[in-house]
Write a protein that binds this ligand. Structure first.
Ligand code: FE
Ligand code: CA
Length: 518
């Protein structure tokens, strides 16, 4: 008698399985691949003191539907104590199913806290590259230091992921991705990259199949794969994972909410399939619980936000406008009531020295002037949701939450500043700081725009530093006495061999309000 695995291993394709009982799931233990199935790399994510998520997606023909037959396959995973991949610590098997795009999400457990491990997948006799990951310190540990990076906005046709190549050479505990991991828009035929693309890959995705193609294109980038290979990622999203500036069930092109939620469900599923997320973040139709908390002993706690899924439509039809009754309407939300309560509860109960909030859009007030010289604000950032922001700022002041550091993406600009109990009163309490990092590759300002922005800062003393020309990312070294951040800039994002250099450094001292130039 053959056991189940030997039996299935001997079956070459779907045709041979007609005699299986209908409820017998078709699972191939030893599929045969005509090409490397690990073209999208491997990743790890969401570390705890005892475990980490391991991710891959089998795609031997990534830009052509993935290239997998429509049945489930068994994938072996192994965690090693050493870089040579000799000392096995844990191993097991997982299923890659066609329903989930042949992605694999393993929640490895039983690991030691604050430990570096290496891991690899194997399927059909093919081995994946060896990834490196690191668990979090024990809940009751008193870590002396933690080193992390954060990044956002990686519009593929706009340039190369040179910033990721630089990041991959660092020794990081963890990386936070703050959204715009993909961009959904049409990819112009002529762009900064030289790769030729089919229309299926190039044109704006609206269904699951096309979103998968868009992720496949991004994930194939060697520098992005290298960054994932070196450290666990904690990801959250912004708008472009689905559609530009969407808000909850509302898109900007006027689809009905019913239609748009179908598109959102496809986009959210593709997001889940391509990120190292836990089952707690499993997609359910158009819903995916992405806000969550991670702890690094008593040194740092990370409250990861989702400011897209539950937000009210932008005020003033999403055109820059004043702060008025509409932006101040307490019924309009950015996080939503449930997430807001969760955030406050967590911050109140936190015993961590540093309370870090990975976030999408600018939280600090940032006034601009329109052509008529009137003061206006972006309606897509926290400036469009001043009632909710006001509640949060007052809460931080009243609850005396120590050492709040908000990390932000979205704007494609570097902007560093203080969070104020009342942004219109410079003398009001400083309740936290915000480090907003520029894009990996998206957007990019001009010297003229830079000068204009610097002028804007003159009447806004809570804004400390602005730089809008460089692409790049940010690293933070968290100690018991201070949090030091370095802003890294890519000289020319269109040149894959471009140099990367430090453009500025900042420090926040323990229990001292405000951010300072280091
Ligand atoms: Fe962006
Ligand atoms: Ca954005």
């Amino acid at each position: 008698m053959l056991n189940r695995r030997e039996f299935l291993a001997g079956v070459g394709g779907a045709a041979g399985l007609a005699f299986l009982r209908p409820y017998e799931r078709l699972l191939l233990a030893t599929p045969r691949f005509g090409a490397d199935p690990f073209t999208l790399g491997v990743a790890s994510g969401d570390p705890t003191p005892t475990g980490v998520v391991l991710w891959t997606r089998l795609a031997p023909d990534p830009l052509n539907g993935g290239g997998m037959d429509p049945h489930a396959v068994e994938v072996r995973w192994t965690i090693f104590a050493d870089e040579a991949g000799k000392r096995v610590v844990r191993q097991g098997t997982a299923q890659a199913t066609p329903e989930m795009g042949h992605s694999v999400h393993v929640e490895a457990e039983g690991l030691e806290s604050a430990h570096t491990y290496w891991y690899r997948f194997e399927c059909g006799g093919v081995q994946s590259p060896l990834g490196r990951t690191r668990t979090a310190p024990a809940a009751n540990a008193h870590p002396e230091s933690l080193k992390f990076a954060f990044a956002s906005c990686q519009n593929w046709p706009n340039g190369y992921y040179t910033a990721y190549r630089h990041m991959a050479e660092r020794d990081l505990d963890v990386v936070f991705h703050l959204g715009d991991y993909i961009y959904e828009g049409n990819i112009p035929k002529v762009n900064a990259r030289t790769q030729e693309l089919s229309d299926a890959v190039r044109l704006e995705p609206k269904d699951l199949e096309r979103y998968r193609l868009r992720y496949a294109l991004y994930k194939m980038d060697p520098d992005l794969r290298a960054a994932h290979l070196t450290a666990p990622f904690v990801v959250t999203w912004d708008d472009h994972e689905v559609d530009n500036n969407y808000a909850d069930a509302h898109d900007e092109k006027g689809m009905t909410p019913e239609e748009f939620l179908k598109r959102r469900a496809a986009a959210y599923q593709a997001y889940y399939e391509h990120q190292p997320l836990r089952r707690a973040q499993m997609v359910h139709g158009p819903d995916l619980q992405l806000y969550r908390r991670l702890r690094y002993g008593d040194l740092a706690e990370f409250s990861v936000l989702d400011t897209r899924q539950y937000r009210s439509p932008q005020a003033h039809g999403d055109k820059a406008g004043p702060h008025d009754a509409e932006t101040n309407d307490p019924a309009r939300v950015l996080m939503g009531a449930k997430q807001e309560a969760w955030l406050k509860e967590g911050l109140k109960g936190s015993s961590a020295r540093w309370n870090v909030i990975p976030n999408q859009v600018w939280m600090m007030q940032c006034a601009n002037q329109n052509a008529k010289g009137e003061e206006v604000f972006s309606m897509d950032t926290w400036d469009g949701y001043t009632a909710e922001r006001g509640r949060l700022m007052r809460f931080l002041e009243e609850a005396k939450v120590p050492n709040v550091v908000v990390l932000t993406g979205d704007s494609h600009k570097n902007l560093v500043g203080d969070l104020k109990a009342d942004f219109d009163r410079p003398g009001s309490a400083t309740v936290g700081v915000e480090l907003a990092g520029t894009a990996i590759s998206s957007g990019g300002g001009t010297p003229a725009a830079n000068a204009k922005f610097e002028k804007r800062m003159e009447g806004q003393p809570h804004l400390k530093w602005f730089e809008g020309i460089q692409r790049g990312y940010v690293t933070c070294e968290v100690g018991r006495g201070d949090l030091h951040s370095d802003f890294w800039g890519v000289e020319d994002v269109k040149d894959p061999k471009s140099a990367v250099a430090k453009s500025a450094s900042f420090v926040v001292e323990n229990r001292v309000p405000g951010v300072k130039r280091a």
